[in-house]
Design a binder for this molecule. Structure first.
Ligand code: SAM
Length: 302
C-alpha cells in the first residue's frame, strides 16, 4: 500500500530504492543518479552476490521509474563499466538494455571526461611501462557515461503553462552553453576524488557540476528531482541551490550525517524556509564501516 505523501520540499528516505512506494505516479520531473558501480573494488566490494542480482536492481529501477517520472521526462544515469577481479562488466550496455526494455526512449549518451591524472585507483597504464611489449596495454580510465532516457514523448507544455517569472528562472544561459561546450556530447568536468578527510570519503560521488548541468538542462524551476541512490546527497544539494525540490533514497543509514552536512541541515543558511524531512525505513542498512574495512584490504585492480 502506498504511504502518505509528505509535502516537504525535500524528502530523504533511508531504505532501498527497490521500493519507492512513497512517490506518487508522475510526481518526479527528472531523475539524476549514479547507481552503485556493481562490486567496484574501491567502493562496493561484494555488495552484490553476483552480477545477476545487480541486473535485477537496474531492471526494477527502470520499471519503477516508468511510473514515478512524469510523461516525456528524463532519467539521467551516470555510470561506467566496472573492472572487478580482472574482468570488465558491461554496465553501460546493460543499463541501457534495462531502460529500453522498460519502454524508455534511449535519447542520448554523454561522455563525461575527467582531467588526465585524476585517476582514483591504481594506474593500470604503468604495467606497459614495466613491460613495454604487446599485450601489456591497460589504459587508465578517465571517462564515464551519462545515459539519458526519456519516459515517452514530451509535449513542451511547461513553456506554455509556467508563469513568465518561473520561465525566466529556468532559462539556460547561452553564454555558458557556448563557452563551456555544453552543445557537445563530451563534457569536461573535474571529478571528486574521495580522499581522506573529505565529506565524500569512501563514496563514489559525482561533482556538483554534473548534477547542476543535468538539472539545469532537463528540469524547470520548482519541479521535483529524484536521486534513488543519493550517496553523499550531491543531487539534492544542487537541486536546493538552483530552485528545484528533491527526493532521495539511500540504503546506507551511516550516510545520514554526511547528507545532513552537505545539505546544511540545522545550520544557518540564507533561505531558512527549506523543509527537509528524513525518514528511516525498515530495510535501511548500515554499510559504510563494513565496506571501508573491505576496501582497506584491496591492493590493486590491475
Ligand atoms: C555511486 S553512489 C552515489 C553517489 C552520489 N551520486 C553522490 O554524489 O554522493 C551509490 C549509492 O547507492 C547506495 N545504494 C546501494 N544500493 C542501494 C539501494 N538498493 N537503494 C538505495 N541506495 C543504494 C550506496 O550506499 C551508495 O551510497
Amino acid at each position: 500500500m502506498r504511504k502518505k505523501i509528505s509535502d516537504s520540499d525535500y524528502r530523504i528516505y533511508f531504505g532501498s530504492a527497490q521500493h519507492m512506494d512513497e512517490i506518487k505516479d508522475g510526481e518526479v520531473s527528472l531523475v539524476v543518479s549514479s547507481p552503485p558501480y556493481f562490486n567496484a573494488p574501491f567502493d562496493y566490494p561484494d555488495l552484490f552476490k553476483n552480477y545477476s542480482e545487480y541486473l535485477k536492481l537496474l531492471e526494477n529501477l527502470a520499471k519503477q521509474l516508468r511510473r514515478i517520472v512524469a510523461e516525456g521526462r528524463i532519467v539521467a544515469i551516470v555510470t561506467d563499466d566496472m573492472l572487478v577481479k580482472g574482468a570488465k562488466f558491461p554496465i553501460v550496455a546493460d543499463t541501457t538494455r534495462a531502460f529500453v526494455d522498460a519502454d524508455f526512449k534511449y535519447r542520448e549518451r554523454i561522455t563525461w571526461l575527467k582531467p588526465k591524472g585524476y585517476v582514483r585507483i591504481s594506474r593500470r597504464s604503468g604495467v606497459l611501462l614495466q613491460h613495454p611489449y604487446p599485450m601489456y596495454y591497460y589504459p587508465d580510465n578517465i571517462q564515464e557515461s551519462i545515459l539519458i532516457f526519456q519516459n515517452g514523448d514530451y509535449t513542451y507544455k511547461e513553456r506554455k503553462v509556467l508563469s513568465k517569472k518561473m520561465l525566466e528562472k529556468s532559462r539556460i544561459d547561452l553564454k555558458e552553453y557556448n563557452s563551456d561546450d555544453l552543445y557537445l556530447n563530451t563534457w569536461n568536468v573535474t571529478n571528486v576524488l574521495p580522499l581522506k578527510g573529505r565529506l565524500e570519503e569512501g563514496i563514489a560521488a559525482f561533482p556538483d557540476e554534473i548534477a547542476r548541468r543535468l538539472i539545469m538542462l532537463y528540469s524547470y524551476y520548482g519541479e521535483t528531482v529524484l536521486d534513488p541512490f543519493l550517496g553523499s546527497g550531491t543531487t539534492l544539494k544542487v537541486a536546493m541551490e538552483i530552485g528545484r525540490k528533491g527526493i532521495g533514497y539511500e540504503l546506507d543509514l551511516e550516510l545520514q550525517s554526511i547528507i545532513k552536512k552537505k545539505l546544511k541541515v540545522g545550520q544557518n543558511r540564507l533561505d531558512k524556509n527549506f523543509n527537509v524531512e528524513f525518514v528511516v525505513k525498515k530495510d535501511a542498512k548500515k554499510l559504510r564501516t563494513e565496506l571501508n574495512k573491505k576496501v582497506g584490504m584491496q591492493k590493486s585492480v590491475t
